[in-house]
Design a protein around this ligand. Structure first.
Ligand SMILES: *Cc1c(COP(=O)(O)O)cnc(C)c1O
Length: 381
């Protein structure tokens, strides 16, 4: 089935009581038994809920997995996934992963005996060198945030599989519309559904998708035991948002490409990071594993020519805000905002500078967005 059909139809339970065409919200915290041991498949909403189940079926089908657990946030999905491991286990991950994931991996989980190596995952030799006999998981994020570096999914997952190491891919940036990590052998796919999957900046949520029954049962067990499942209302919002994922992703991408090309030609911009530009150094890999380039880009602003504060202030259509993947355009400064928790050393190691600006390109008219940026770039010091 075409992904555009799946987003609209999968997991959408038509209501038998009043024939509504959308999935009802079942806010009930508990469900009664018709007799001892006899219910309709649900007993308590933390463990299972029909509205959440509809969303889970939908997202699992988009990624090509056998099941999904919808969680309260993206970080809840990542946290629950780490419970597949135990004290003493070692995890290899990238040195430019999402700031919140970096915080969890560097500051919180080491207190529980998990050990992490943060490496440049574009370099297969570095990944190989980091793997020890204790390594039990490789955690991949591609494209990376905010510099859009690409990790070779086939190569890194292949390397891990040889050594029977679990692989998890955070697919938030491209969404299943543009990238399907299961096609390259991943064991888990994780999302912050707060971003493109919901797409309207009005809910926080996460998802863990699996394609193996045993791993799926463990994930569902941990999500329930930890109490991190998505609420029925939020599940309903995400289920509503996901229906237009395909159409939104096409417009995000077309707008991002126009803006990237405009920025690349601007005298006050030193460098643009976008997988859709031929200046991106990983062309073959992009063609091999991505079905599109997504709606995120970053650039280096010449702050000798343009005052940062004036630049942000002048913009009408780009709100100065963290987060990404919504219909409205957002702009932010990773050094001081989204990635500040990495600390100066971490920021420098990952290549982020005080001039790096990240843009989540929305679905507005691209001419308005480009005019807006052109006006702000003309604000000289
Ligand atoms: C936002 C984000 C997360 C965390 O998701 P929340 O919903 O904010 O908890 C994880 N990974 C990536 C790539 C993200 O962009």
């Amino acid at each position: 089935m075409d992904i555009r059909t799946k987003t609209v139809h999968t997991g959408v339970y038509k209501d038998k009581s009043y024939n509504s065409v959308t999935t009802p919200i079942y806010p009930s915290s508990t469900f009664y038994f018709d007799a001892l041991g006899k219910n309709k498949g649900y007993d308590y909403t933390r463990s299972g809920n029909p509205t959440r189940a509809a969303l889970e079926e939908n997202i699992a089908s988009l990624e090509g997995g056998i099941g999904c657990s919808a969680t309260a946030t993206g970080m809840a999905a990542i946290t629950a996934s780490m419970f597949l491991l135990k004290a003493g286990d070692h995890i290899v991950t990238g040195d430019d992963i999402y700031g919140g994931t970096y915080r969890l991996f560097s500051k919180v989980l080491p207190n529980f005996g998990l050990k992490f190596s943060f490496v440049n995952m574009r370099d297969l030799k570095k990944v190989k060198a980091a793997i020890t006999s204790k390594t039990k998981m490789v955690w991949i994020e591609t494209p990376s945030n905010p510099l859009l570096n690409i990790v070779d999914l086939e190569a890194v997952i292949g390397l891990a599989k040889e050594k029977k190491i679990l692989t998890a891919v955070d697919n938030t940036f491209l969404s299943p519309y543009f990238q399907k990590p299961f096609e390259f052998g991943a064991d888990l796919v994780v999302h912050s559904t707060t971003k493109y999957i919901n797409g309207h900046s009005d809910v926080v949520g996460g998802a863990i998708i699996y394609n193996n029954k045993e791993i799926g049962e463990r994930i569902r067990y941990y999500v329930n035991a930890l109490g991190v499942s998505e609420s029925p209302f939020d599940s309903w919002l995400v289920l509503r948002g996901v229906k237009t994922l395909s159409q939104r992703m096409e417009v995000h991408q077309a707008n991002a490409l126009s803006i990237a090309k405009f920025l690349e030609g601007h005298k006050n911009v030193k460098k643009v990071y976008y997988p859709g530009l031929i200046s991106h150094p990983q062309q073959d890999l992009i063609r091999k594993q991505m079905k599109g380039f997504g709606g995120m880009l970053a650039f280096e602003l010449n702050t000798k020519k343009v005052d940062l504060n004036k630049f942000f202030k002048k913009l009408k259509f780009f709100s100065l805000a963290e987060s990404l993947g919504g219909v409205e355009s957002l702009i932010e400064h990773p050094w001081l905002m989204s990635h500040a928790s990495m600390g100066v050393d971490g920021l420098k190691r990952s290549g982020i500078t005080k001039e790096t600006i990240r843009v989540s390109v929305g679905i507005e008219g691209h001419n308005d967005l480009i005019d807006d940026l052109a006006g702000a770039l003309a604000t000289s010091k």
